[in-house]
Design a protein around this ligand. Structure first.
Ligand SMILES: [Zn+2]
Length: 384
């Protein structure tokens, strides 16, 4: 600061407190001018920086995405009721834009799912590609996988709300098979499609599956407990990814939360958004999230079968746990049984020794030694 300049005169320390009321008034005027100067200089600068580098804002931001449109019936609603509740819940929660990832091969006159998809778009949301048939890349050759993407694109392209975003079924980008992954990634680039990475996964689809199974088994479901487990799990998974990406790349891009078109989402979405906000999260649009450069990385990974923070951390050799623990279905199902069904797992229930029934992510192979076999056999429907 230049000695004798305006800011120097405004901020220089006074040798003694003002002796008279006149001096005190002058002192207050100086402070007011200083605050004004800071506002005039700092606020436009911050706004300008935010506009130039929107990804530099390191607050907790998250976009909502829903996979598997259309999913089959859940435990509580018809598909039409579910879609109406989701739309109302998003509106009620003030979510400007969520993304829905469709499997056009499951859309037909029998389920009128195209009307529900159009209703999501009419409500301000956008639609991306989740393949035509929801085939897993692990069991599909790259050319056939790309052909299935093309079929979906033929259905989606040109429709209102369409975005050129592709989400891998099961989040499986080929795992450790770099050759197959490269063929698909290059194929996506040639088609102008962006990978619609997930950064936050709490295996919401499994909570839906457990709920359906409980309903079919005639077991009483504690609605408030189910809401709390669902909301708590999704918020925890968001915070897990927030911490992981910060220690991996040193900043916090907007997160992308994986949800599915489920009854539990329709039932508890306003509660979930309220809890995310209470936890410090701002809900951003899918457009804003996928604009961040971190989601444009098409380079190779050691393995790509899960969330982006997991893949980045695994490649960089970041220490500590790399996956959110409730993606371990043994643990997740035990929590569901205890908290939602009020069943106390018996110590006599054997541990599953054949290995963990979780996806074979390299970073998700650990089964907690305390995990017990799930009391219900699920999941129903499809995974991720
Ligand atoms: Zn899926």
């Amino acid at each position: 600061m230049r000695r004798g300049g305006l800011l120097w005169r405004l901020t220089r320390k006074r040798r003694r407190l003002p002796a008279s009321k006149r001096d005190a008034r002058l002192y207050r005027v100086r402070i007011a001018l200083l605050v004004g100067a800071i506002v005039v200089i700092a606020v436009p600068t911050a706004i300008s920086l935010e506009r130039s580098f929107p990804w530099r804002n390191d607050g907790k931001r998250i976009a909502l995405t829903f996979d598997d449109v259309p999913r089959g019936p859940g435990a509580f609603y018809t598909p039409d009721e579910r879609a109406a509740l989701l739309i109302a819940g998003l509106r009620e929660a003030g979510v400007e834009q969520a993304a829905f990832f469709a499997n056009p091969g499951r859309i037909g006159p029998a389920n009128r799912a195209d009307e529900r998809l159009a209703a999501y778009v009419a409500a301000g949301h956008v639609v991306g590609d989740h393949t035509f048939s929801h085939h897993d890349l692990a069991s599909t050759a790259a050319p056939a996988f790309l052909a299935d993407i093309d079929k979906a694109e033929q259905w989606l392209e040109g429709r209102a709300g369409y975005r050129p975003w592709f989400r891998f079924p099961g989040l499986n980008q080929g795992g450790r098979d770099r050759v197959k992954r490269r063929a698909v990634i290059d194929g996506l680039a040639a088609r102008g499609l962006q990978i619609a990475w997930v950064s936050v996964d709490g295996s919401d689809w499994n909570i839906e599956g457990q709920t359906i199974a409980a309903k079919r088994a005639g077991l009483p479901i504690d609605d408030a407990a189910l809401r709390d487990l669902y909301v708590e799990t999704m918020v925890q998974s968001a915070d897990f990814s927030d911490a992981l990406i910060r220690r991996t790349i040193g900043r916090a891009p907007p997160q992308v939360l994986l949800l599915h078109e489920t009854d539990v989402a329709a039932r508890y979405l306003p509660a979930l958004v309220a809890e995310l906000r209470k936890d410090g999260w701002a809900i951003v649009t899918a457009d804003a999230a996928f604009a961040d450069p971190v989601y444009h990385d098409t380079s190779d990974f050691v393995s790509a079968n899960g969330t982006l923070p997991e893949a980045l951390a695994w490649r960089k050799g970041v220490g500590g746990k790399l996956y959110y623990e409730r993606n371990d279905l043994l643990l997740a199902n035990r929590l569901f049984a205890e908290r939602v069904l009020h069943r106390v797992p018996s110590a006599s229930v054997p541990l599953i020794s054949r290995g963990c029934p979780v996806k074979l992510h390299p970073w998700r192979r650990v089964c907690p030694s305390t995990a017990l076999a799930a009391p219900l056999h699920t999941p129903l429907g499809i995974a991720a």
